[in-house]
Design a protein around this ligand. Sequence first.
Ligand SMILES: Nc1ncnc2c1ncn2[C@@H]1O[C@H](COP(=O)(O)OP(=O)(O)OP(=O)(O)O)[C@@H](O)[C@H]1O
Length: 240
Amino acid sequence: MTETGAAAAAVDVRGLSVSFASVHAVDGLDLRVPAGGAVALVGRNGAGKSTTLRVLGGVLPPSSGTVVVAGVDAVLEPRRAREVVGYCPDVGGLIPRATPWEHLQLAARLRGLDRWEERARELLERFDLAGASDRVTAGFSHGMSRRLSVLLAAFHEPAVLLLDEPFDGVDPLGVEATLEEIRRARMRGAAVLVSTHLLGLAVQACEEAVVLRGGRVVSAAPAADLAGDEGAARYRALLS
Ligand SMILES: Nc1ncnc2c1ncn2[C@@H]1O[C@H](COP(=O)(O)OP(=O)(O)OP(=O)(O)O)[C@@H](O)[C@H]1O
């Protein structure tokens, strides 16, 4: 569906720093996600997860560092970077007076997709939003909005899929649809980054977990290391 070949899909971040006045939200971060791989970004509130994803999503310029998504330098070519990325922000991103179908129409037009209707219908079914596809999103519940945001990020089959808190407030069927979308993205060679506070789902969705603290990586290890009670204790120890 996209012009970008799956083989080029990868995330390569080196020395990323983002500051807001005196706040060093991200502080010299290195991060890599191979094509077909999935990495969970975890850490306490304010650790820098969303800021990192905003930079990768092309909506926030970094203070310094290099960010390459699917072979595109996101700092030098932010517009091209936005084309190869599908980004689900942690909040917002939906037009209150537009319906899901209108969001999909707009996304298809902006990205120059043709023959998109069948995939749009299939995604709406899978995310259980077909019955709400003609309702304006202003009246959506939090979980419905989350599901639509994930669906929109994945719609154009991006080479890099960025999901910020995709499971937040989402019911089990919505969680399953999101996990399935992550699996499908990986199968076609996309690199996936998921920020979440839900360790169990991080372990299910990703093979690696990167723990951030104060904008820095304090651990990068197999996600399975964070599984169960032992993993939770290991994680907790990394937080302070
Ligand atoms: N636009 C902004 N202006 C000022 N400070 C900001 C801005 N965006 C983020 N920050 C600060 O940067 C730091 C990292 O925030 P960020 O949202 O990346 O954390 P997070 O790990 O996603 O947290 P959470 O788990 O609560 O979503 C925080 O101290 C936050 O207050």
